[in-house]
Design a protein around this ligand. Structure first.
Ligand code: ADP
Ligand code: ZN
Ligand code: ZN
Length: 741
């Protein structure tokens, strides 16, 4: 009897395994290799999967095997190292392999579309368009700008190039097209690659490197061609990006590609244009705001090598590269690099593993490295490169603690702070105020009876928002009109308690009449383009005071800010999650980094009710490195990551009892499997037990070594799938969780 040889295919499904299929009839076995997409029957439907293994003995009875319907690719989409990484990730994060591959593919390829660029459009001015004077469109500045831009490209520009320009041009383009001033011409795909008309000109002269920058660049360049991890630890403005650019320059000259990963919020048009200005090559940009065809196009340019530089957010860590040369993770501490739902992977951690498999260096850069990465550097796993000074002539801001205890306050602002703002405004500077809480006030309280407006579906208070006055839940998004009367006692003395950005804005308007204030938070920037225009007003000097949430803390270059104030440092000191203080320290340092970026010296004021808190003192008086040292000691003493490893199992259901019951069973199952060196903590209700009408509970697994933890998960997760109590809850496994809420 001959053994039937089959293919293992990763098919999107919640099941933690691949599926067996017969090769398609009349197919040449030579053409079947891992990394190809195939269309397969699945249940009663058809779906697209990725071949993981070929010519392997079947795991199921012959009669039940079905053949592949169609092979969708000529060549594998993923090379060996990337295939290995994806399979490793499915195993390590205990996530179904089909869903892991789906996460790695652009939507168009997931649907089975061909992996080539469909005819590429190029947009150009029509004869009518050429005759239009852009100055005739004063009320449509976008259209005018686009007309002017297109006038510089007689051959037209592609959708891809358009997407890479600063701002969103799709609307303006559509309007110009309907007016008949702009038209698209389809190009054969071959003519569109390589994309030589990209705006890169390579004309901006790089600055001479400082000593520490030079050492960092030399160190990384010397490692090209082999695996080595680097932690590039440099204060904001110390020239980390300049180091990346120099290193990438060397990578490109060697004919290889650079993959740059950034948190969503760090992927600003300024960053992209900085890369484009430096390198006269196409830069592929991958982020969540792209249309399916834009994403496919950027993905294909990365894979073919047509784009030597690839910049993207989280999931770009899975983008195939023709000739990988280096991986860079900027703002490596940023929690948004971790995917928080579905396939819960950490993009930074996978970047390191990917570099290892390709045998290329990886650079993790940050002004405030994660404690994990600092620990790895201390252990000698990464080379620690420090840029202690700001580049050019910029000077470090000094930080001053404002002790709030027993001081008079005006809506969250101390007198000392108000005075400070006044002085800086008088001296011609700008002030930036950081408060990580949007809305008017986080609480609406009845002064008669103590009732507090709460969300009907969450264990959370409703935030009062002005503008169009509403009460909103920041957990589930629910909202309703503001109560005029207390529903409990009928009292009418309802008072907003505490401050959000809207309230601070109002105080400032009262206090500094006539001074232009820009509030930057998720509410004020909801409409597309508003963030850019608020930042432009800030940079032009029009806005003198900026008040914002963490949106304002990152990356934006605001050269005239001379005063930075942290309104509430205490938010992070006593948070529920063990990483709360690390987060707060990172935010404080990032936001302080906005001050004095140019030649103007900056000042940083930090308001707190805990001026003696040792972590806060270490941070503000000695700097982030000292803070991190102490925080690491605390983690060590408490047996927390990075000294131990965690896995969090979350469960939720419409009743409070079901998640706990499931997790109790799960715990018992783990004990039966022999948890050994793994500690089981819980189950307990989540810190916010009810959210969006569902009750949540969690079970924490903790171990000194990853090995035993992974061995347990390997038998335990499949067992969880068979638990009866699991059918009544939604549950998930989070390996190396970044928050435990
Ligand atoms: P980071 O990424 O660490 O915040 P950047 O690379 O953005 O730092 O540098 C901050 C500013 O200093 C930028 O305007 C950059 O052009 C400039 N810069 C960087 N390196 C140098 C240098 N060696 N000499 C002068 N200016 C520099
Ligand atoms: Zn009341
Ligand atoms: Zn809610």
């Amino acid at each position: 009897m001959s053994i039937q040889l089959v293919l293992h295919v990763a098919v999107p499904s919640p099941l933690h395994r691949t599926f067996d299929y017969l090769p398609p009839p009349h197919s040449d076995p030579q053409h079947l290799v891992p990394g190809l997409r195939v269309r397969v029957p699945f249940g009663r439907a058809r779906t697209v999967g990725v071949v993981v293994e070929c010519a392997v003995p079947s795991r199921v009875a012959h009669a039940r095997l079905r053949p592949v319907l169609e092979i969708l690719d000529q060549e594998p989409l993923f090379d060996g190292p990337l295939m290995a990484l994806l399979l490793w990730a499915a195993d390590y994060y205990h996530h179904p392999p089909g869903e892991v591959f789906a996460a790695a593919l652009p939507a168009a390829l997931r649907r089975g579309q061909a992996a080539r660029q469909s005819g590429l459009r190029r947009w150009h001015l029509t004869t009518e368009g050429l005759a239009i004077d852009p100055r005739r469109l004063p009320r449509a500045p976008r259209q005018a700008q686009l007309l002017e831009h297109l006038a510089g490209y007689p051959d037209g520009i592609s959708d891809h190039e358009l997407a890479a320009l600063e701002g969103d041009w799709r609307g303006a383009l559509r309007t110009l097209a309907t007016r008949g001033w702009v038209a698209a011409q389809e190009m054969a795909p071959s003519a569109a690659q390589p994309d030589t008309s990209a705006p890169g000109t390579g004309d901006c002269a790089p600055p001479a490197l400082g000593e520490a920058q030079r050492a960092a660049v030399d160190g990384i360049r010397a490692a090209l061609g082999a695996f080595q991890g680097f932690l590039l630890d440099g204060v904001t403005g110390s020239g980390k990006t300049e180091v990346y650019l120099r290193v990438i320059d060397g990578v490109l000259k060697a004919g290889r590609q650079a993959l740059v990963l950034v948190p969503e919020i760090g992927l600003t048009p300024q960053l992209v244009s900085r890369f484009q200005r430096r390198f006269p090559v196409p830069v592929a940009v991958l982020h969540s705001g792209l249309s399916d065809s834009e994403r496919l196009s950027a993905w294909l340019m990365a894979r073919s090598g047509a784009a030597p530089v690839v910049i993207g957010t989280r999931s770009a860590v899975f983008v195939p590269l023709h000739a990988p040369g280096i991986v860079i993770v900027d703002e490596e501490h940023d929690p948004s690099l971790k995917q928080q739902e579905g396939f819960r992977y950490h993009s930074r951690d996978l970047a390191v593993l990917r570099a290892q498999r390709h045998r290329i260096p990886v650079v993790l850069g940050s002004a405030t490295p994660s404690l994990e990465s600092l620990h790895n550097a201390r252990q000698g796993r990464y080379q620690h490169l420090v840029l202690p000074e700001r580049a050019g002539n910029a000077v470090h801001p000094q930080a001053v603690i404002l002790d709030l205890r027993r001081r008079p306050m005006e809506e969250g602002l101390s007198e000392a702070l108000l005075q400070g703002i006044g002085q800086h405004l008088e001296a011609g500077g700008q002030a930036l105020l950081f408060l990580n809480r949007r809305g008017y006030s986080p609480t609406l309280l009845c002064h008669e009876c103590g009732w507090v407006a709460g969300c009907a579906r969450c264990d959370a208070r409703l935030t009062l928002h002005l503008g169009q006055p509403r009460l909103r839940c920041h957990q589930c998004g629910a909202e309703r009109p503001v109560d005029r009367q207390c529903p409990d006692c009928g009292g009418v003395d309802l008072r907003p308690l505490g401050q959000g950005t809207e309230r601070v804005e109002q105080v400032l308007l009262r206090h500094f009449p006539g001074v232009a204030i820009a509030r930057i938070d998720r509410d004020s920037t909801r409409r597309k383009g508003t963030l850019e225009s608020l930042l432009a007003q800030a940079r032009s000097g029009h806005s003198r005071i900026l008040i914002g949430t963490q949106m304002l803390a990152k990356g934006h270059h605001l050269p005239d800010v001379t005063l930075v104030a942290v309104l509430d440092a205490d938010q992070g000191l006593y948070g529920t999650d063990f990483r709360a203080s690390e987060r707060m320290a990172q935010l404080i340092v990032q936001v302080a980094g906005r001050a004095g970026r140019a030649e103007k010296p900056g000042q940083v004021l930090v308001q707190t009710h805990h001026p003696d808190h040792p972590l806060l003192i270490a941070l503000l008086q000695e700097g982030y490195a000292s803070f991190a040292g102490r925080a690491l000691e605390e983690r060590h003493a408490a047996g927390l990551p990075p000294y131990t490893h965690m896995v969090l199992v979350r469960a939720e259901a419409p009743t409070a009892q079901a998640p706990l019951a499931f997790l109790e069973d799960a715990r018992a199952e783990a004990e039966r499997s022999g948890a050994g060196a793994t500690r089981l903590l819980g189950p307990v209700a989540a810190p916010m037990e009810r959210r969006a009408g569902r009750y949540r509970a969690q079970l924490l697994l903790q171990a000194e070594q990853r090995g035993p933890l992974q061995r347990l998960l390997r038998v335990w997760v499949p067992a969880l799938e068979t638990l009866k109590s699991g059918r009544r809850v939604r549950w998930s496994v989070d390996v190396d969780p970044v928050d435990t809420l």
